[in-house]
Write a protein that binds this ligand. Structure first.
Ligand SMILES: Cc1cc2nc3c(=O)[nH]c(=O)nc-3n(C[C@H](O)[C@H](O)[C@H](O)COP(=O)(O)OP(=O)(O)OC[C@H]3O[C@@H](n4cnc5c(N)ncnc54)[C@H](O)[C@@H]3O)c2cc1C
Length: 386
């Protein structure tokens, strides 16, 4: 155990997502206290759902450092790596199935289960709910003043923005803002699929299903709670959600019309879903985005390098950043600036590579003849052993 200094510096982490929680837990393991400020009134990660693949070389390393790797292995779904790829006619291009004795390198876990696993280990007094950061102000003495929407003002030595895509910390460091990627994803849920829709359960199998064609996609992912999360995805104008005329709380018929010439088994992902549809515009930060060094402030996770989900890297990068930043602070307990500098230099390098991969993957998945191209790419990875 190593204390940060005789007088503990005040460290604020804005955001209790997977990144913020990983950082707080690793630092706590080294005897360094932080406070997480989370805008929600309680942990909402279970409600946010979604299954995430956690990579051996990044996310899993961070979980080891946080001391929760064994728990993760108990909760991870190794069979969730199964992957099926179709075109709109229902022609199959890839059908990858994990053998029951195999343990792959990218098992799946539900976002809520992952966050709870981390949260359970964090001292309860170190996370404050109902604290939505409104703005922050740099003070002449190098500290930063945090203004929360609930009226509270705090002053801290180190401010860490782990507050995701719409970060309120980022404007302190840069004028660069997130940009709409051109992709809008409509999130749907097919509940208890095994019991309610055995035909779809059999079609989807145990992991992910991608159907891609005509710059559109239907993506299904079996979650640990028995639901299939579905993303009907479209390359459309930013304003499409407002102008398309689809009433999103009862919208399955007009949505089905957008996929009218798609195979019936694929359309079942929409037909069988609950009526509530959550539209999400997918945003990114420019690949290679950097900010000017700023005393006592840094960013990580989506706040630092928002990328589209098509390389499955977002959460892995957030947790890996958390680990690198925590270890840099541990290496330089009395020199926060040195710690930030080391972390940022490393992070810019590895994250820009992943951001480029995500951008390429988005372009490929929503190009013409995407299923053929994606199958070719994945087959070439296997041949080359990548
Ligand atoms: C549809 C979709 C599918 C995805 N699929 C995958 C996938 O398969 N694999 C993958 O790796 N990634 C995926 N991602 C991306 C992944 O979810 C993110 O990269 C990851 O959650 C980033 O973690 P984070 O901790 O940086 O930020 P977040 O998870 O966004 O957490 C930010 C936290 O900050 C809080 N917050 C925000 N603003 C404030 C404020 N002003 N004050 C206080 N608190 C605040 C939020 O409530 C939240 O708890 C997907 C994303 C989307 C949209």
């Amino acid at each position: 155990m190593q204390a940060l200094s005789k007088k503990q510096k005040q460290i604020a982490i804005i955001g209790g997502g997977p990144g913020g929680l990983t950082l707080a837990l690793i630092l706590q393991n080294y005897g360094i206290q932080t406070t997480i400020y989370e805008r929600e009134m309680h942990d909402k990660s279970l409600e946010r759902g979604g299954s995430l693949d956690i990579h051996e070389e990044t996310g899993q390393k961070a979980l080891k450092e946080a001391g929760v790797y064994e728990k993760f292995q108990k909760n991870a779904r190794y069979e969730g790596e199964d992957f099926r790829l179709f075109d709109k006619a229902g022609r199959i291009y890839l059908d990858e199935e994990t053998e029951s004795h195999e343990k792959g390198t990218r098992p799946e876990i539900d976002r809520g289960v992952l966050c709870k696993m981390l949260l359970d280990q964090i001292d309860a007094e170190n996370i404050k709910y109902g604290y939505k950061l409104d703005r922050c102000v740099s003070l002449e003495n190098g500290m930063t003043e945090l203004h929360f929407e609930n009226g509270v003002v705090e002053t801290v030595d180190l401010l860490i923005g782990a507050d995701g895509a719409f970060s309120r910390v980022r404007p302190l460091l840069t004028d660069i803002d997130i940009e709409y990627s051109g992709l809008t994803m409509l999130e749907l849920n097919v509940l208890s699929v095994e019991e309610n829709h055995p035909d779809l359960a059999e079609f989807n199998k145990r992991g992910k299903m991608f159907a891609l064609a005509d710059h559109k996609g239907i993506i299904g992912q079996l979650n640990g709670d028995g639901r299939i999360k579905v993303y009907a995805s479209l390359m459309v104008e930013r304003s499409w959600i407002e102008t398309c005329g689809i009433p999103f709380n009862q919208a399955k018929e007009p949505l089905l019309e957008l996929f009218s010439d798609w195979d019936d088994q694929l359309k079942n992902y929409i037909r069988y879903a609950e009526d509530v549809i959550i539209p999400r515009r997918i945003y990114t930060l420019p690949v290679g985005f950097k900010w000017n060094r700023h005393k006592g402030v840094t960013l990580f996770g989506d706040a630092a390098h928002l990328m589209t989900p098509f390389a499955g890297e977002g959460v892995n990068m957030a947790m890996f950043d958390a680990m690198e930043l925590a270890l840099a602070i541990v290496r330089h307990p009395n020199d926060i600036e040195k710690a930030i500098e080391e972390y940022e230099e490393m992070m810019y390098e590895y994250s820009s590579e992943k951001a480029q991969e995500s951008e390429n993957s988005l372009k490929l998945c929503f190009s013409k003849d995407a299923a053929v191209k994606l199958a070719d790419m994945m087959n070439s990875f296997q041949v080359n052993g990548d």
